[in-house]
Design a protein around this ligand. Structure first.
Ligand code: NOJ
Length: 555
């Protein structure tokens, strides 16, 4: 089977023809596939994924049925943090290809009806970036230092960091130079934070955005979108460990009100078109309401919903986070996003219990996620049911977050298994940059493509139904009463067309659901008992129902 030449799924809506036309609001319910470039597909066989590799697999993504891809940073970088340490925002790192490859990739994606979102990293650069090198050379009072956050230290001879801020990757957020000054890095020391009060910084990023828009990018995933502005005077946090506060508490270096000005500016830039280009915030805030500020009508289009991602496999908790998510984005008129995994967290098959249990729950979670109103993200490999790799030999681990996050993030970044019976399963010729577990033989794209029972087939079917069924995607959700440990809801789109009933059993016993309409899809086989469907443990199912079949709107 040659998946690279597989024909794409049915043509996209007519309004999408290479350069997206205005007015589709495609992003309100798009399914966006996250490509971690290093680990997706390797065209030149060096064991590291590349842009030509992505291009060769675009037919796979089109056939899978997603609407867009978000590609993690592929710019020139020393790769201290997997490319989130950029030296040149207008280039492609030679490991990943050339600028011409990027242009061809975008154009080819558009031909196949796929949009392309690129990742932009505005909070920090690499320490090898020309600006930081200039800052180092400039000396203590050189103006080139003003583009970053340099400060004298505290203590009798400045031997203590300027404040108590901690890096997200662990340890102090400040590093001292031989000349005595300290610079701020909220992540690795090789990722100095930019000073967003400096006009050069704003102008530079406007220009970088325009550069990629001109090359056809359909939008940006904005890294650390909550981090660019720091509280005036850089006050101490005064509470430790700060890692406990990240994403939950208030800290003076994240989610400051001033950051929204930057996003408003970018929204204006995106609005210049042509087409509908979007901004997606990777932002963490102490509450869902504060998070919704990033998607007010004059700001970005989407923000990742990490609260949903962090919720356990538990019906009551899931219902609560779904309700809160919809209630927070609704008032600002933005779509909610639904994320189960990404390149920074343990894969959800493993989070949900691992092995067959985890995979079974992950399949049900996929149907839940794709049935919710809004836009959904699929992290590469989740459509294959890949688990986290927990036994990568220590000497091969590369993640700078290794210290602060037990095991680090390499385990969710293992190269994708495409085909064949032996590692690296069609990724590279010798071996991937991280070793693939031999048992992934049964999880390759090739092994799953024609297997009726595979997770890949489940995703393909779900995505096809989601595209065709008018009740899915954007629209309303009504909760229905259901047995304990179950989520039951009905979806309706914006018209009076058919509705969709989704039931999810997160418990460990079979339950009976009064079934209506016709079964569209289930994550495990289900059987009927009289008028009821018997939903086994950790199973989800979709039915198509008619509007006349009035829902019981209890619950
Ligand atoms: C968030 C990215 O997703 C992560 O991979 C990276 O390490 C940090 N931002 C720093 O850029």
């Amino acid at each position: 089977m040659d998946l690279s030449s597989r024909p794409p799924s049915p043509a996209r809506p007519a309004e999408f023809s290479g350069s997206p036309a205005a007015g589709t609001r495609w992003w309100r319910d798009a399914v966006i596939y996250q490509v971690y470039v290093r680990s997706f597909a390797d065209a030149d066989g060096d064991g590291v994924g590349d842009l030509a590799g992505i291009r060769s697999r675009l037919p796979y993504l089109a056939a899978l049925g997603v609407d867009a891809l978000w590609i993690t940073p592929f710019y020139e970088s020393p790769m201290v943090d997997g490319g989130y340490d950029v030296t040149d925002y207008r280039s492609v790192d030679p490991t990943f290809g050339t600028l011409a490859d990027a242009v061809e990739l975008i154009e080819e994606a558009h031909r196949l009806g796929l949009r392309v979102i690129v990742d932009i990293v505005p909070n920090h650069t690499s320490d090898q970036h020309v600006w930081f090198q200039e800052a180092l050379a400039a000396g203590v009072s050189g103006p080139a230092r003003e583009r970053y956050v340099f400060r004298p230290g505290r203590g009798a001879s400045g031997e203590l960091p300027p404040n108590d801020w901690e890096s997200v990757f662990g340890g102090p957020a400040w590093t001292r130079l031989p000349d005595g000054q300290w610079y701020l890095h909220l992540f690795a020391p090789q990722q100095p934070d930019l000073n967003w009060e400096h006009p050069d910084v704003r102008a530079e990023f406007d220009d970088v955005l325009r550069f990629w828009l001109d090359l056809g990018a359909d939008g940006f995933r904005i890294d650390v979108a909550h981090g660019m502005v720091k509280a005036a005077g850089l006050p101490d946090v005064g509470d430790a460990p700060q890692s406990r506060l990240l994403g939950r508490g208030k800290v003076p270096y994240f989610d400051q009100d001033g950051v929204h000005d930057i996003h408003r500016g970018w929204r204006r830039l995106l609005a210049l078109g042509p087409g509908e280009r979007i901004g997606v915030a990777e932002a963490w805030a102490p509450s869902l309401d504060r998070l919704a500020n990033y998607v007010r009508p004059d700001e970005l289009h989407q923000v990742f919903n990490f609260d949903y991602m962090r919720t356990d496999w538990d019906a009551a908790e899931l219902r609560s986070v779904i309700e809160k998510s919809l209630a927070s984005t609704g008032p600002v008129g933005a779509p909610t996003t639904w994320v189960l995994s990404n390149h920074d967290v343990q894969r959800h098959v493993t989070r949900y219990g691992g092995d067959e249990l985890g995979r079974r729950r992950a399949r049900a979670a996929a149907l839940l996620t794709l049935a919710l109103p809004g836009s959904a993200y699929v992290y590469q490999g989740e459509e294959l049911g890949l688990p986290e790799v927990l036994d990568i030999p220590a000497e091969l681990l590369t993640d700078p977050q290794l210290e602060s996050l037990k095991g680090g993030r390499d385990g969710c970044r293992v190269p994708l298994p495409w085909s064949g019976n032996e590692p690296p399963f069609g990724f590279g010729s010798g071996g991937g940059w991280l070793p693939s577990p031999p048992e992934w033989k049964s999880l390759t794209v090739e092994a799953q493509w024609d297997d009726e029972a595979s997770t890949l087939t489940l995703y393909r079917r779900a995505l096809r139904i989601r595209r065709d069924h008018s009740a899915l995607g954007d629209g309303e959700l009504h909760w229905l009463d259901g047995p304990p440990d179950c989520l039951v809801f009905e979806r309706s789109g914006h018209s009076d067309g058919p509705r969709m009933l989704c039931a999810v059993n997160t418990g460990d016993r079979s339950v009976q659901i009064p079934a209506r309409g016709s079964l569209l899809l289930s994550s495990e086989p289900i059987r009927m008992e009289g008028p009821n469907a018997v939903l086994p443990p950790d199973t989800a199912a979709w039915w198509s129902t008619e509007p006349s079949e009035e829902p019981d709107t209890g619950g």
